[in-house]
Design a protein around this ligand. Structure first.
Ligand SMILES: [Zn+2]
Length: 261
């Protein structure tokens, strides 16, 4: 599942393929996406903002993608077979030396500079946990606006902090021994910041490797609680629980022994 670390890594890998290169061919599955107008343009920058990927063109427009639960960007040398079904390709960009393909995105839009600036989700994004510097006071201020919200929902709210998805949510709350149903208002400033710092630390650690892990034990188990409903907690042996949270009913995995209070 693409979270902040995946998007950051995707931007890092796509950047040398795209920046400074002109688009030789572009095809979009959605006929309303003006792929033809991309030909001849080149890329000025590739940027990750939380879970959003922004590819800035030299004419001020930006290709904005959000990969949702199942999307991905792939890049191949020309002529190399693709690892996914061609029918799932939403956008294909051919540049010298590479073919970049966006499969199954949740969002794929071409934005003008005005639309980018006013974009409701992008404009509201909280501090990106993978940015070089993160302002703790700003992180805290944004969490405190949501004092009545359970922390398991708040950490996923990208207008508070950007980058945490469903896997990190469960893992970070376990690592900081936080009950996901506790409201933000019940947590001290130190606890809230320790959750943000722990998330930042693990997002950054996972930039260099895949698959994602939050455990370094050598038993082959990469995650503490995510996807382990009904299994024994590695720390206390109690059964990991599954809880649905928020309007979207996103799954939170947690240990009642370690995260009871
Ligand atoms: Zn436990």
């Amino acid at each position: 599942m693409p979270e902040g670390d995946t998007i950051f890594r995707t931007a890092t890998r796509l950047r040398p393929c795209l920046v400074g290169h002109a688009i030789e061919a572009a095809r979009a599955r959605d006929p309303s996406f003006p792929a033809g107008t991309l030909v001849g343009r080149s890329f000025a920058a590739v940027e990750a903002r939380g879970k959003h990927l922004l590819m800035h063109l030299d004419d001020g427009r930006t290709i904005h993608s959000h990969l949702g639960m199942h999307g991905s960007w792939h890049w191949y040398p020309p002529g190399e077979p693709w690892q996914k079904d061609r029918r799932l390709a939403a956008l294909v960009l051919e540049v010298p030396g590479s073919v970049c393909v966006c499969f199954s995105p949740k969002v794929l839009k071409l934005l003008s500079s005005d639309q980018l600036r006013r974009h409701p989700q992008l404009a509201q994004l909280g501090p990106d946990l993978l940015a070089e510097r993160v302002d703790d006071a700003e992180v805290l201020r944004r969490f405190r606006v949501h004092d009545r919200t359970p922390i398991g929902e708040a950490v996923m709210n990208q207008s508070i902090v950007a980058g945490i998805g469903n896997v990190y949510k469960s893992e970070i709350l376990f690592l900081t021994r936080t009950n996901p149903l506790t409201t933000v208002g019940q947590l001290s400033d130190e606890r809230v910041l320790s959750i943000a710092h722990t998330a930042r630390q693990w997002l950054a650690k996972n930039l260099s490797g895949y698959p994602r892990r939050t455990r370094s034990a050598l038993d082959g188990q990469r995650l503490w609680v995510y996807g382990r409903s009904g299994k024994a907690c590695f720390v206390c042996g109690q059964r990991i629980q599954l809880q649905r949270q928020g309007d979207l009913g996103r799954t939170t995995y947690w240990c009642p022994g370690c995260q009871g209070s």
